[in-house]
Design a protein. Sequence first.
Length: 177
Amino acid sequence: MNTFPIIKTERLVLKKLKESDWETVSYLRSDEIVNQFIKRKKADTQKKALEFILNTNLKISNNELIYWCITLKNETKMIGSICLWNFSEDRKVAEIGYDLDPKYQRKGIMNESMIAVLNFGFRKLNLEKIEAFTQNQNKSSISLLIKNQFQLNKERFDKDNEENRIFELYRPAANNG
């Protein structure tokens, strides 16, 4: 990718992460409620949040991932994130990841973001499959995935986290060719 793909939806703008987003990054990556189902490194200080932003943007430059900062249209404050990452070697499969400030949950924001990112992944990146690893007790995430036609793969397990379940979505036939 030569330029970062900004995505606009009815209510949202998905854009590149900036250093000025560090406070929200720190909150999203250290808050107990946001992280109750996720095992990941905390960014509980400004320094750690800025390191995360720097590393994320470096990985974007290296085409290792695409990480969007979710904002409401006409606002600049980051309220969540969504990304495509963990690409297969042939770049036909990617994993989707997401988080959202609890104040904005249950308003359809993550669903709107996911629909846009799934369309981008299948249409622009020509992915064949998008995977999601979610903890088996994370009912909101599982509900979101099922709403977006993901299917639980009962044969696969996350070797890094036995509590995770792996959901898969194959490119819809309408997007083939």
